[in-house]
Design a protein around this ligand. Structure first.
Ligand code: PGA
Length: 240
């Protein structure tokens, strides 16, 4: 299966920068394995390109009186096919918890969207040797009550929070063993074998080394996704 490169643009870019970015990507991403997650306000500028795109978050409600949210049907109506759910920045800034995330994942799957579900431990949790405990609870609670046939559309992104935007990355051996733990946990408890992405300070320079980790199915990239040249270099590396 093709490796995935999921690009989380976060809350970056203004109007003109988005126009330039989309223009520069034109014709370069034909393999459908690079997924774009633009800021909500700029989602429509990603319509009609050859690559899949999605939202950085989605509401657990259908439609209606939910100020500031976007619904699955709205996203689908412009051709979006993916959503990130549970990114650590939203868990922290918006106090999103596994219970709500579980409802959002269910709503997204009901609507035929594919989900990138983010899990990961803080520096303190890691220092206290709680990484596996945290990951297990995020897997079990976030994905509770979802049938294995639906879970096929959930990709798990393992993002150690201490690695996001910091340039500090776990060793390949650590990532491989944490990924193995995530896969085993999902197989044993939920009866599904997830694809697991690694996220946290991935860039065009370190991706070749990270790409050697056998059980990692791709990458979720923040900072380095803002530069099209870096994106194309990363894409080329994982497709080699
Ligand atoms: P980063 O962000 O690549 O800038 O570390 C990754 C993420 O938050 O998904």
């Amino acid at each position: 299966m093709k490796k995935i490169l999921a690009l989380n643009l976060k809350m970056n870019f203004n109007y003109q920068e988005v126009i330039d970015y989309v223009q520069e990507l034109k014709g370069e991403l034909k393999n459908k394995n690079v997924i774009l997650f633009p800021p909500t306000i700029f989602l429509p500028y990603f319509i009609g390109n050859e690559y899949p795109f999605g939202a950085q978050n989605i509401s657990e409600f259908d439609n209606g009186a939910h100020t500031g949210e976007i619904s699955c049907t709205q996203l689908k109506s412009i051709g979006g096919t993916y959503t990130i759910i549970g990114h650590s920045e939203r868990r922290k800034d918006q106090h999103e918890e596994d219970g709500t995330l579980n409802l959002r994942i269910k709503k997204a799957l009901e609507n035929g969207l594919k989900v990138v579900y983010c899990i990961g431990e803080t520096k303190e949790e890691r220092d206290m040797l709680k990484t596996t405990k945290i990951l297990k609870s995020e897997i079990v609670n976030g994905l509770a009550g979802i049938k294995p046939t639906d879970l096929k559309n959930v990709i798990i992104a393992y993002e150690p929070i201490w690695s996001i935007g910091t340039g500090v990355i776990p060793t390949n051996k650590e990532i491989a063993s944490t990924t193995a733990f995530i896969i085993d946990t999902a197989v044993n408890i939920l009866n599904y074998k997830p694809r697991v992405l690694y996220g946290g300070s991935v860039n065009e320079k370190n991706i070749a080394e990270l790409n050697k980790i056998a059980n990692v199915s791709g990458f979720l990239v923040g900072g380095a996704s803002l530069d099209v040249k870096k994106v194309l270099k990363m894409k080329e590396t994982i497709e080699r």
